[in-house]
Unconditional design. Structure first.
Length: 340
């Protein structure tokens, strides 16, 4: 379902508003939900837009070159029973959101330099794929994109750090201490690669726009979780950082992987790679539970888990302008309102 929203869009008037029933929203850290908020929402920054995901639906809001906001709402498939099993639910939710996110990203890319979806003209490659697999061409491209992203991530963040670590011949790889030191060194190299990747990406003009939309996503969710009316003025008061951000999740994954991989020992390069691939679901599952725990707990020890991720969001979020916040509000309203 698509909606067109004019450039002079007023978020609260167009889609209704949410009044504060609990927290008055004066706290800008946004670490806790307001008393009246019982709906979990998440999101993802896109190309000139945002994806918001609620319990039963998702909404993609895109700012077209002519200034209009296009909102597309979709019902999400029912959640599997796997989503209720600790550890397992982390892997399930990660894959589920990745597929949803890639679909939304490809949808947003259709509006770049073309104005409207009707103006979109498929490339020769798109036509070639469509001839081979028919009407499901787009679905195959989405899954291929996810597969390619996984392969690149494995190469950059698993194979490369392990290869670099293996070049350090001064560490005894047969003793327990040596195994721990090797995994610690590998983890430090992995984090260094990750930080370098984010820093270089932040220098790109187009990526800076994405980071601004990422900040708009966090601000809007903070405003919603503090039960304030979703207006540009209210949203802009909040922080661009959020404790349940995917950036925080990735950082926790890297820390947890050091501990989990240490129990697997240290072997030759290919056995190391195989073991790490087999252990990724466990690492992701544990990291997901820690992220949820850190996001909702008032315990200072548990809460410490979120601080590295919050710091890392200095690289992945930027202050949005009012137009970008309007897009975020449009996406969130489409998720939390009951109209179809």
């Amino acid at each position: 379902m698509k909606e067109n929203i004019d450039n002079k869009y007023n978020a609260s008037n167009a889609s209704g508003s949410i009044n504060s029933n609990g927290n008055n929203g004066n706290s800008n850290n946004g670490n806790e939900k307001g008393a009246g908020c019982n709906v979990n929402v998440g999101g993802q920054a896109l190309i000139e837009g945002l994806l918001m995901i609620g319990p039963d639906r998702s909404a993609t809001a895109i700012r077209r070159p002519d200034g209009q906001i296009i909102v597309e709402k979709k019902k999400l498939p029912p959640r599997s029973k796997l989503s209720k099993i600790p550890i397992v639910r982390g892997v399930y939710n990660f894959v589920r959101q990745m597929v949803t996110g890639v679909k939304a990203l490809m949808y947003s890319a259709e509006f770049v330099d073309i104005g409207t979806e009707d103006d979109y003209k498929p490339s020769k490659f798109d036509k070639f794929i469509e001839r081979i697999v028919g009407e499901k061409a787009k679905d195959y491209l989405i899954y291929f994109s996810v597969f390619l992203a996984i392969i690149l991530s494995v190469g950059l963040f698993i194979l490369l750090p392990n290869f670099i670590t293996s070049l350090f011949v001064g560490i005894n790889k047969t003793t327990r201490l040596g195994i721990i030191l090797n995994n610690l060194l590998e983890g430090i190299i992995r984090i260094t690669i990750f930080l370098t990747y984010l820093t270089l990406a932040s220098k790109m003009k187009d990526i800076k726009r994405v980071w601004q939309y990422h900040g708009a996503e966090h601000k809007t969710i903070h405003c919603f979780e503090n039960n304030e009316e979703l207006t540009v003025e209210n949203v802009q008061k909040y922080s661009t950082k959020h404790p349940r951000c995917g950036t925080s999740f990735l950082f926790i994954v890297m820390i947890v992987s050091i501990i989990v991989f240490s129990f697997a020992g240290w072997h030759n390069r290919w056995i190391n790679l195989l073991l790490r691939l087999l252990l990724i679901p466990l690492v992701a599952g544990i990291s997901y539970e820690l992220l949820k725990l850190g996001g909702r707990s008032n315990n200072k020890v548990i809460g410490f888990l979120k601080y590295p991720g919050l710091w890392l969001q200095n690289l992945t979020t930027s202050e949005p302008d009012d137009d970008q916040v309007e897009v975020a509000i449009a996406a969130l309203n489409a998720v939390i309102k009951n109209e179809d």
